[in-house]
Structures are given as C-alpha cells and as structure tokens.
Write a new protein. Structure first.
Length: 317
C-alpha cells in the first residue's frame, strides 16, 4: 500500500477543494494518504512540513514554486521520491472558462515532478478517447493572417523560473527579435495581472507598429487570434489555444506544452512549422482531469500505474 502526503499548497477555497478531492481519490483507489495545509504553519514549523513529507512515499501539491513547495522539492530531491503537481490545464481550464458557474467542469493538469511541458504525465502515445470526450474543435492550420500575436505571461510565475535572461524585459526583447525578421504588425497580449512591460513596449519610440491587445473581460484570446498570422510565446499555456485555433506557434522553450508542435526558430516567422497535431492532442488530454475524475481517483491511478516503484508497491500490498 502506498502512503501519500497531499499538501494543500494553495489554500484558497478552490485550491482546497482540488487538493481535498485528490486526497479522496487516493483513498478511493485503495491507498493511504494524509492531508496537510502547510502554508498556515510554514513560518513556525518548517521542520514539521519536512518530517511529514519524509514519512510519505509520494507527495502531492498544487502549483510549483514558493514556500512549502520549495520544501517539498527539497525533500523529494533528498530522499528520491516523486512529487505529483496539479496545475493549470491545457484544454478547458479555468483560464478559458467561466469558472464561477462551471468550476467543477474545469480541468487541471496532473503530472510528476514539474509543470507544463516539463512534467511527466505518463501519457506517451495515449489513445484518443479523452480527447474525443472533450468535444473540442481542432481547426485546420491557417496560412493567412496579418499580425503577429505575442503571448505574455506572469514573469514571476514558475513557468519562467528557469529563464536565463532578464524576466522583466523578456517580452520587449522578444518583440525586438521578431522585428528583425518581419515587418508585420505586432499585437502584445500581456498577462492580465502583470503589466510590468507596458512602458518598455508601448512608450519606447523604437517599438514600431506594435499594439496592445484590448484586455477587457469580454476579449478572449480568440479575438486576438482571429486575424493572427502566428503566435509567439515562451511557456504560457495560451500557446495551446493558438494551436487549437489553427494559428502556428513559435516558441524555443521546451517547457512550453506547445513545443512539440511549434516552430522553434524565430527567423522562420514567415514560414512557421505546421505539423500534424493529432497525437499531441491525444497525449495532452491524458495530462489533465476534472474535479469529479480527481475525486474518483483516475489521475492517481493513471500516474501510479506509470511509475514502476509505486505500481509494484501497490500491487504487493
């Protein structure tokens, strides 16, 4: 039997709901678990978080980076066990849904040891069933359009933790790189909570033919994609939306979930890669689960079966 530690590392009402659902899913799958909310005690009892994690076979957390999550990473590296990390989904996530009304329908990525394209989802060569159940349209690649859409993101988020350059000028630097290879209009869609590069981009006289996306509540990314030639991104999951919409993506970052089906060289911006996306979509659908599935234990059993040690430990109990 496996003993898992589920750490509620995002103790918001929704974060608590998701972590508790995963705890229930472990129990519903015949294994043991402890549920802990470490952020409340982290300042006073960091050793308690460490000792709790050390006593488990695998830990579960929400998101990556900061406070208790760093402790859990430290313990995992120390004793060589795996971490299951729940994060934003790729399809039908709270990012693109009205999650106030449909929260329980929203999906969450669930994988080992990292987030986005760097996680191990045990999903290589997955079947088509979960993709088909999502009932999403994959538009044909479009070889027309006018502007280049730059997809911004939170520069302090863990998705850019590995970034070797200056995080706070990453997108203005990217726009300068784009301008070396095309004179198309550039639309910069900044992260809705992070506007730190606004002045660098829109008050810089050297930035020619660059425009701001009208980031209002009724302006989804699909409005910005309507007349886009291509999208350029670092690691944001919005690149997945672009791929689904049939708009080629350029990213050189392997952590991007779109990397497998994206162009990697910005100099090819006028002739970006447009590969087959079928297996990529099947695989990503097996990287995410909704709340009901998490509560039932489907992602836990999927990942348990994909790790030799955990699978043997469960089977031998």
């Amino acid at each position: 039997m496996i003993y898992a530690g589920v750490f509620n590392t995002k103790p918001t009402p929704r974060g608590t709901q998701v972590s508790w659902a995963f705890y229930e899913g472990i129990l519903n799958s015949g294994d043991c678990a402890i549920w802990a909310q470490p952020d409340d005690a982290l300042d006073d009892f960091p050793d308690a978080v460490k000792s709790t994690a050390r006593g488990t076979d695998v830990t579960v957390q929400l998101c990556e980076g900061g406070n208790a999550r760093n402790i859990l990473r430290e313990v995992a590296n120390e004793i060589g066990h795996r971490r299951i990390i729940m994060d934003a989904a790729f399809f039908n996530s709270v990012r693109v849904m009205d999650f106030e009304d449909r929260w329980e329908d929203a999906y969450h990525s669930v994988g080992y040891d990292h987030i986005k394209g760097a996680a191990d989802y045990c999903n290589k060569n997955s079947p088509s069933d979960r993709w088909e159940d999502l009932n999403l349209e994959m538009k044909e690649w479009r070889n027309s359009g006018e502007h280049v859409l730059v997809l911004g993101q939170n520069e302090t988020g863990f998705g850019m933790n590995h970034f070797s350059g200056n995080k706070f000028t990453a997108f203005s630097d990217l726009i300068f790189d784009i301008r070396k290879y095309t004179d198309r209009p550039i639309v910069f869609r900044m992260h809705k909570h992070k506007r730190s590069e606004y002045d660098l981009v829109f008050k810089n006289p050297e930035m020619k033919n660059v425009f701001a996306s009208q980031m209002s509540n009724d302006n989804s990314i699909f409005n910005d994609l309507k007349n886009a030639w291509c999208s350029v991104a670092i690691t944001t999951n919005a690149a997945v939306d672009s791929i689904l919409y049939g708009i080629p993506v350029i990213t050189a970052d392997k952590i991007s979930a779109a990397y497998e089906v994206a162009e990697h060289d910005i100099s090819n911006i006028e002739n970006p890669l447009m590969p087959d996306r079928t297996q990529w979509a099947y695989d990503l659908a097996y990287a995410q689960w909704n709340l009901e599935e998490i509560r039932e234990g489907l992602p836990w059993r999927h990942l348990r079966s994909g790790d030799d040690q955990l699978r043997r430990q469960h089977d031998e109990s």
